[in-house]
Design a protein around this ligand. Structure first.
Ligand SMILES: [Zn+2]
Length: 472
């Protein structure tokens, strides 16, 4: 009888542990699950690298289940014994993007290193990684045992690298969005330049709503570990640089797309401070950047639109905002039939007008789709894009490209501002790289063009929701 009572008592205490908040089931430290994501178009495999202990859990202690339904992938931590969901997070990845490239379609296999982070559990769990189907359901890709007592967990301290600077400290990490800004392509004597680049870029971000009003919800820390050489690699100009974090132009053969494939180096550098979001400032005068949801945003430091790119790319990585722009350089494009609603909060296929995800912002008298002088706009932008392609091919000077950006802004902004529905929310055709079949909420937005200094209402709401996720 006595033994049975003990068992009941143990079972009761276990169920209590699981039912409560973070501190009941987690040590409050962070586990980073490192893995290799391999495959080709239509096939992918996930294999474990290692589990790495990081510092204290920096995200919310109360919002542990991700109900945002964003990102191409999802990680779930479940108690092994009961299957109870303890933690989940949506994310996107470089592999997921690469899978849509011609290189992947050719049948080539590639591997990318990735990580998911979650609170260190006190008992055995399972980590499940799933992928979103186009119809929005998820398919399980892999399942791993997480045994916190295993001696295979890497519990060594995170090595100290570079200089850490508190740029903005507003409060405890669990109640704030913790951004870590890393520098790449800065040499040891360029700490002052890095700092002043961040002052300009992050300073601009916090002048744009909703970041401006909610600045007190953020902590921002900078880490600069110097590179051997200045700048980042630019393969199209045959410039190869030995920069610490491996950021380079021409990711997926797109000239201005700046990514690094050195995930582990980036993660180990970032893990010196509590962080929820990573931004990397690359020391370069050439236009470029990138942003992947829950991975990182990158931006080059010294172009006229750098402050804009910083804000735009962080929209991708922090709030899973989609690109609202599109190209129309195919003269007689056939309408692209969109079968599914995109997961990005600011793009719709408008398959069901009555269920428009941002209908709260649309006036009753605004028609859906919302008319605009699309053909005339495209006339202007096709001309600019053509000249931009020529400039890139001819390796034009950065100043020549900046001049073209100014002309683009002048012409397209005037055109959009003259539109009847400028500044109003509707569903404007042309978004998410598609000229037809995808719609954006407003005519202009930071996610559409370099013109405005504000996000549309829909993007603003999505950013506010992302902030709430880390501060409640
Ligand atoms: Zn927008």
């Amino acid at each position: 009888m006595k033994i049975q009572y003990t068992l009941v008592a143990i079972l009761f205490s276990v169920s209590n542990l699981v039912a409560g908040g973070l501190t009941d089931w987690s040590t409050g430290k962070t586990f980073r699950f490192d893995f290799f994501h391999s495959g080709s178009a239509g096939i992918e495999k996930i294999s474990q690298d290692e589990i790495r202990l990081e510092g204290n859990w920096a995200a919310s202690e109360t919002i542990l289940i991700d109900n945002f339904d964003l990102g191409l992938y999802k990680a779930e931590l479940r108690e092994k014994e009961t299957g109870k969901l303890l933690f989940s997070a949506g994310f996107s990845s470089i592999f997921g993007e690469w899978q849509t490239t011609g290189e992947a379609s050719s049948g080539l296999w590639k591997t990318f290193h990735e990580s998911v982070r979650f609170p260190e559990p006190r008992f055995d769990c399972k980590l499940i990684i799933s992928k979103r189907n186009p119809n929005a359901s998820f398919i399980q890709l892999a399942e791993f045992d997480i045994q916190p007592n295993s001696r295979f967990i890497n519990r060594s301290t995170i090595p100290k690298m570079g200089t850490v600077i508190d740029w903005l400290v507003s409060g405890e990490p669990n109640k704030k969005v913790d951004i870590v800004i890393l520098g790449d392509g800065y040499m040891a004597d360029q700490l002052t330049k890095f700092k002043s680049d961040v002052d300009r870029l992050a300073g601009y971000l916090f002048s744009v709503e909703p970041y401006k009003s909610r600045k007190a919800d953020f902590n921002v820390r900078l880490i600069l570990a110097p590179s051997d050489q200045e700048g980042i690699s630019n393969p199209r100009k045959e410039e190869w640089t030995n920069n610490l974090l491996g950021f380079r132009f021409n990711a997926f053969d797109s000239d201005r797309y700046v990514l690094s494939f050195e995930n582990k180096t980036i993660r180990n550098l970032a893990a010196q401070v509590p962080y929820d979001a990573v931004i990397v400032v690359c020391n370069s005068k050439k236009y470029g950047g990138g942003g992947i949801y829950n991975l990182y945003a990158s931006v080059t430091s010294d172009t006229e639109p750098s402050t804009y790119v910083f804000t735009h790319e962080f929209g991708h990585s922090f709030a899973s905002l989609g690109d609202e722009y599109y190209t129309s350089d195919v003269a007689y494009e056939l309408p692209n039939q969109q079968k599914y609603e995109p997961q990005e909060p600011n793009i719709t296929a408008l398959l069901d007008k009555s269920a428009l995800k941002w209908k709260e912002f649309v006036n009753q008298e605004t028609p859906l789709p919302t008319p605009w002088k699309k053909a005339e706009f495209e006339q202007i932008s096709v001309d600019i894009q053509k000249r931009r392609t020529e400039l890139t091919a001819n390796r034009a000077a950065d100043s020549t490209m900046n001049k073209l950006f100014r002309e683009d802004k002048q012409k397209t902004e005037a055109h959009l501002k003259a539109e009847r529905y400028y500044g109003q929310t509707g569903a404007f055709e042309g978004a998410g790289y598609e000229s037809h079949g995808l719609y954006r909420p407003e005519l202009d937005c930071i996610m559409f063009s370099r013109n405005p200094d504000h996000f549309c209402k829909v993007c603003t709401k999505a950013i506010n929701s992302a902030i709430n996720r880390y501060t409640r």
